[in-house]
Design a binder for this molecule. Structure first.
Ligand code: GLN
Length: 547
């Protein structure tokens, strides 16, 4: 049976709880243990699928098609363990399950209450697959004291009581603010946060304190004394130049040792950190720099494209260059010429997106990349933009567009080279959707196979012709335009196994121009960069040599 580590946060949000959890997972792996990471989010949305990326950052999609919190992306990037739909849950999902059961009469006429019905549902969720791994790390979203977090805190309290002694550990992440005027590191917010935790029956075993610098012995002892933890269980989480140093930094601070001590695992297996040393070496010692323009809509919040930013970094590490990604608002190109904004970049990337806003600008950026022979990677909507661009400017279909943009009923402003996907094959059955289905969860989601054309660029990049990638889209390039587009140079080099759904397009007469209907960024890892990103950055590096 797994040992459980519950990670909670206090004082303020955005302290890097997800990152700390992911780094701890990686450290436990480095000592030979198997891990799984989970996120329990107190918000009421059933899943983040319908939340705006401005609000919540990127929606991370798992192989089995769940739309989850972006922290699951960190978990995968650090541990390489593919997340599942049972690794992310929200209050919304818990409550809707409880209410469904109530309607079905499963509770046999009982009064339904937060304790025990909601807490039982949370506990059942936590224990899914508990026999599969050595350690299950469960991160609770939000901060202690939030009203909506209470059922989760209560559930993990009960859970630790249900298990034999020594099976569960509580790790609490807080902030140690540095007050410049007095030159002091303040422990009081942490003390209050721990007090808050204790008032609901939880006592942390390990304190991870985010601070700008090291924690002096005096403050460490004070925290240990007032928060009732051992001094060597007060771990400093100092600001790092790269998140990928986190496993090494936490190891230096003794986090993994403190965890093993708390579980009384002795002798502790020795860690093998060579993988992370190589990652840190690559990230801190680049031999050059490339500039990539990301032309999108959600440019205000970098978290909206978290996995893309990380995958580019991984591609850079592979090529030993630093990738300077700059975010450009596509709408600018609807008012101004794209060229002056895009000249000077070594590559252009158009990420996924929804809705019409900004698309005319993205099409201009795709055109610029194609005509000027700048490496271009179009992801999901970015591939659709490349297809529309080629249809309009190479195949002479001036009204080419996507059905997604004809949002009003009966509107027909565009010839839909990209059309609403209403039916597709998943495994051995057919999924059907109508235009009026709910917005939540009606997309082609999760891992699907694709077959690549022998000898084409992507087949070289992947080193094979059978791939599996994650999807999240509602619209699809229409194969009825395939011949017309291939004649003018846009080749359909990756297709769904049944040959109906275009997965990849590439420009034959171009050094590197690829559009993919899926999201390769979701599978990239620092120690195993996605081949498309590795080769895209290689192409950018080539361009940087030419200019
Ligand atoms: N809006 C497009 C679609 O639904 C693209 C989606 C995406 O880029 N993730 O097909």
């Amino acid at each position: 049976m797994a040992r459980f580590i519950f990670i909670t946060g206090g004082v303020v949000s955005s302290l890097g709880k997800g990152l700390a959890s992911a780094a701890l997972g990686a450290l436990l792996q480095s000592r030979g243990f198997s891990v799984r990471l989970r996120k329990l989010d107190p918000y009421l949305n059933v899943d983040p699928g319908t939340m705006s990326p401005f609000e919540h950052g990127e929606v991370f999609v798992t192989d089995d098609g769940a739309e989850t919190d972006l922290d699951l992306g960190h978990y995968e990037r650090f541990t390489g363990v593919a997340a599942r739909n049972t690794d992310s849950v929200s209050s919304g999902r818990i409550y809707s399950t409880v209410l469904e059961k109530e309607r079905r009469g499963d509770y046999l006429g009982k009064t339904i209450q937060v304790i025990p019905h909601v807490t039982n549902e949370i506990k059942d969720f936590i224990s899914i697959g508990e026999d599969e791994v050595d350690f299950m790390l469960c991160e609770i979203g939000g901060t202690v004291g939030d009203i909506e977090g209470l059922p989760f805190f209560e559930a993990i309290r009960q859970f630790s009581q249900d298990k034999p002694r020594g099976q569960c550990l509580f790790m609490h992440l807080t902030l140690l603010p540095f007050i410049k005027a007095s030159g002091e590191l303040k422990t009081k917010p942490t003390q209050h946060s721990v007090k808050e935790l204790r008032s609901i029956g939880l006592a942390p075993d390990i304190l991870v304190c985010r601070s700008e610098g090291p924690i002096p012995t005096k403050e460490r002892e004070k925290l240990a004394l007032f928060c009732n933890v051992r001094p060597d269980s007060v771990i400093a989480a100092q600001d790092l130049k790269s998140i990928y140093e986190a496993p090494l930094a936490y190891h230096r601070e003794g986090l993994d040792q403190a965890v093993l001590d708390a579980f009384q695992i002795s002798p502790a297996p020795r860690p093998d950190l060579s993988k992370w040393e190589d990652v840190a070496d690559r990230i801190y010692n680049p031999e050059g720099e490339v500039k990539v323009a990301i032309v999108g809509k959600y440019t205000q919040l970098e978290d909206a494209y978290k996995s893309i930013a990380e995958a580019l970094t991984h591609g850079g590490m592979h090529n030993r260059v630093k990738v300077r990604a700059e975010w450009i608002d596509a709408e600018i190109f609807e008012r101004e010429d794209a060229a002056p904004h895009l000249e000077g970049y070594h590559a252009i990337l158009i990420p996924g997106g929804f809705g019409e806003r900004g698309t005319e600008g993205k099409i201009k950026a795709a055109q610029f990349a194609r005509e000027r022979k700048v490496p271009y990677l179009g992801i999901c909507l970015g591939m659709q933009m490349a297809v529309i661009e080629a249809a309009r400017n190479l195949a002479g279909m001036s009204k080419a567009g996507s059905e997604e943009f004809d949002h009003e009923a009966g509107q027909k402003r565009f010839e839909p080279v990209v059309y609403h996907l209403k039916e597709w094959v998943q495994g051995n059955y057919t999924v059907r959707r109508s235009a009026t289905d709910d917005k939540g969860g009606t997309m082609r989601l999760g891992a699907y196979d694709a077959v690549l054309t022998e000898g084409c660029r992507v087949a070289q990049v992947y080193g094979g012709t059978a791939i599996e990638e994650r999807h999240r889209h509602r619209y699809e390039v229409d194969i009825k335009y395939r011949d017309q587009l291939e004649k003018v140079g846009l080749k359909f080099t990756g297709m769904s196994p049944d040959g109906r759904l275009p997965e990849i397009v590439e420009c034959a007469d171009h050094p590197w121009y690829i559009g993919v209907q899926f999201h390769p960024e979701l599978k990239s890892k620092p120690f195993d960069p996605h081949p498309l990103f590795a080769d895209f950055v290689r192409a950018a590096k080539e361009t940087s040599r030419l200019v």
